[in-house]
Ligand binder design. Structure first.
Ligand SMILES: [Zn+2]
Length: 283
């Protein structure tokens, strides 16, 4: 018998419980990970406060996993490999290795999956939202290809941030941003800060940020202070006109930033993004 473990399960709106559940059994091609750190995503908060939204219910089980609530949550996590399943050779992954998780669930069989776009799987879901397990548990079994080794100098509490950081990196790739172009980030929450870090890493020299929360402004300024070679300007929309100001700051005839990233997802941020972006710019 596999035994039992503790896991944080979502039973419904404002109903999270630490339950005793069976330890998942390793399937062929899977790796068993002991999660050490797991982030709480904005999506988790939405599910808690106003859900179920993405989390499948008994009336509509998930199209890939067939699961419905209660289910284990947590999809931003990192931990240690404790066992390799049948068919997994100890080459890229080994027992004892620290790893981060790509929480995508996919069928490996539909046109997007066969086109190497498993994040767009026709039946896609999320580990920690759609069933088959989650990061807020003692053990998690995942396909070998979604388990990624962490470098020795990256501890697992940082490794748990790789997933939100990858969201920022994907946004840069999708916007086709090039280093000489200016950028405006609307919202400096975790994803906005991830975009900021990725822009800096890509060599962007002029970055504007629109944010109203003093705590978030402080985080953005702390990152900026560590990178004096980059011009980072934080604008507070409660104190200044972000659209007018960003046109003025991104020179060349007040054209505005080349690329705008909406990292807030509210009506006002979308209007700011569309108002500020340069003609022919992207977002
Ligand atoms: Zn697929």
């Amino acid at each position: 018998m596999a035994g039992s473990m503790k896991a944080l399960r979502y039973h419904g709106q404002k109903d999270l419980r630490v339950d005793s559940v069976p330890i998942p059994e390793l399937q062929s091609g899977q790796v068993k990970v002991k999660p050490e750190w797991c982030g709480i995503c904005g999506t988790d908060l939405h599910e808690y406060i106003a859900g179920p939204i993405l989390i499948p219910t008994a009336e509509k089980p998930h199209r890939l996993t067939g699961c419905s609530l209660p289910l284990i949550i947590g999809h931003e996590f990192a931990g240690e490999i404790v066992e390799l399943g049948p068919g997994v050779e100890p080459r890229r992954l080994k027992v004892g290795m620290k790893v981060c998780i790509e929480p995508t669930l996919f069928d490996d069989n539909c046109p997007p999956c066969l086109d190497r776009r498993r994040n767009c799987c026709d039946k896609g879901g999320f580990f920690g939202l759609s069933g088959w397990g989650g990061g807020f548990s003692e053990y998690a079994c995942l396909k070998e290809k979604v388990v990624h080794p962490l470098p020795d100098n990256v501890p697992t509490h940082i490794g748990a941030l790789v997933e939100p950081l990858s969201v920022g990196w994907h946004a840069l790739k999708a916007s086709d941003h090039s280093p000489e172009q200016s950028a405006l980030i609307v919202g400096a929450g975790p994803i906005g800060l991830a975009v900021l870090l990725c822009l800096i890493a890509r060599g962007c020299r002029q970055i504007l940020i629109s944010e109203v929360s003093p705590q978030r402004i402080k985080h953005a300024l702390d990152i900026a202070a560590a990178c004096p070679e980059v011009e980072v300007i934080v604008l507070d929309p409660s104190k200044s006109d972000v659209v007018a100001k960003s046109k003025q700051l991104c020179s060349e005839g007040n054209q505005g930033p080349n690329v705008v990233y909406d990292c807030a997802g509210v009506q006002q941020s979308i209007e700011t993004a569309i108002g500020a972006v340069r003609k022919g710019g992207t977002g």
